[in-house]
Design a protein around this ligand. Structure first.
Ligand code: HEM
Length: 311
């Protein structure tokens, strides 16, 4: 047994990461600290399995479909607020990070996912939507392509339904590339409680295994020479064909402890982005400072001031 601070090993090879995810009983999460909200995220063993079984049905597709109208209502509230700000002069400077944070909070509260263990869902979805808007501000060509897709399918006023949302291709590619480029959960950590083997490595009781998602997502050996560029095209043939090695795209983790809110988050993100593109074009404000910072999720330290224009 190690004493003091756990020795930490960084693992970035997808084949190792897949094994760690699969052996979730050997590679467990850290035991909850005093201030950790007591929820599914930090539970372990039988206790985790029991709670996950209980809450799994709440996240099935049929239930998510029923939540769509509530998500739409919350998005409309944000869009109306932005429209009021833009109304007088046709444009306005808005810190979209705080607006999107309020939106994600509303959605979780209104869809009754608001218990303490789902707090993680708020910060991560906010992070995804904020970086998507920042990246589309920096890559106006992709912003135009996404808006063309949305307007050609739904015009300016139709609210997309569940199958509409799933049929979007450009928007979907942009969401995936945003999750690759700025993974909201930028690294994952596990503790081992018994000497164990990980392929050819021998790991000792008490060691911490760290999986820096962001490094895996930017690895040129896995993603090609343009790994450090924003290029949604890499997802044009789906996630499986976007990389050379399976398991290189892990924004939601993997194995039995994969994010339970994945589909919930993706629906919310695609719906919100669609509505935003229907109503506004946007660019970075000169006051935007690029400073990604890891709190509960990766967020822009000084917010995301963008200039919004009416479409
Ligand atoms: C873009 C949005 C999101 C991202 C990137 C994300 C990412 C993740 C990741 C990486 C994990 C696994 C952590 C680990 O293995 O250590 C996780 C777990 C989890 N997520 Fe998410 N998440 C998102 C949205 C949500 C939402 C919307 C909810 C709830 C409504 C949610 C609830 C949870 C819960 C409860 C767990 C723990 C699951 C378990 O341990 O069995 N997440 N999430």
């Amino acid at each position: 047994m190690w004493y003091g601070r756990s020795p930490r090993l960084n693992i970035t090879k997808p084949e190792f990461i897949r094994e760690i995810f699969a052996k979730y009983e050997v590679f467990t999460k850290r035991p909850p600290g005093k201030k950790t909200p007591f929820g599914l995220v930090m539970r372990e063993g039988e206790d985790w399995a029991k709670v996950r079984r209980i809450i799994n049905p709440a996240y099935d597709m049929e239930k998510l479909k029923n939540m769509l109208p509530t998500m739409e209502k919350c998005c409309d509230k944000m869009i109306r607020k932005w429209e009021e700000m833009v109304a007088t002069t046709g444009s306005a400077k808005v810190d979209v990070y705080s607006s999107l944070n309020a939106l994600s909070g509303d959605v979780i509260a209104e869809t009754s996912f608001g218990s303490s263990y789902e707090e993680a869902g708020k910060d991560t979805t906010t992070s995804l939507l904020t970086w998507a808007m920042v990246l589309l501000s920096e890559h106006q060509d992709w912003q135009s392509k996404a808006r063309e897709e949305v307007l050609s399918r739904f015009g300016k006023d139709k609210t997309p339904d569940y199958s509409d949302i799933n049929s979007l291709t450009i928007v979907n590619m942009i969401i995936n590339e945003t999750l690759r480029f700025y993974p909201p959960v930028s690294s994952l950590s596990r503790i081992i409680h018994t000497n164990t083997k990980l392929k050819q490595l021998t790991l000792l009781n008490g060691m911490e295994v760290n999986m820096p998602t962001i490094m895996v997502h930017r690895d040129q050996e896995l993603w090609g020479d343009d790994a450090n560029e924003f290029n949604p095209n890499r997802f044009s043939e789906g996630v499986v064909n976007a990389t050379k090695v399976p398991g290189s795209f892990i924004p939601f983790g993997g194995g039995p402890r994969i994010c339970i809110g994945k589909n919930f988050a993706l629906i919310e993100a695609k719906l919100a982005l669609t509505k935003i593109l229907q109503h506004f074009s946007f660019e970075l404000s000169p006051s935007y400072v690029h400073a990604p910072m890891c709190l509960a999720a990766m967020v822009p330290q000084f917010g995301a001031p963008l200039i919004l224009y009416q479409v």
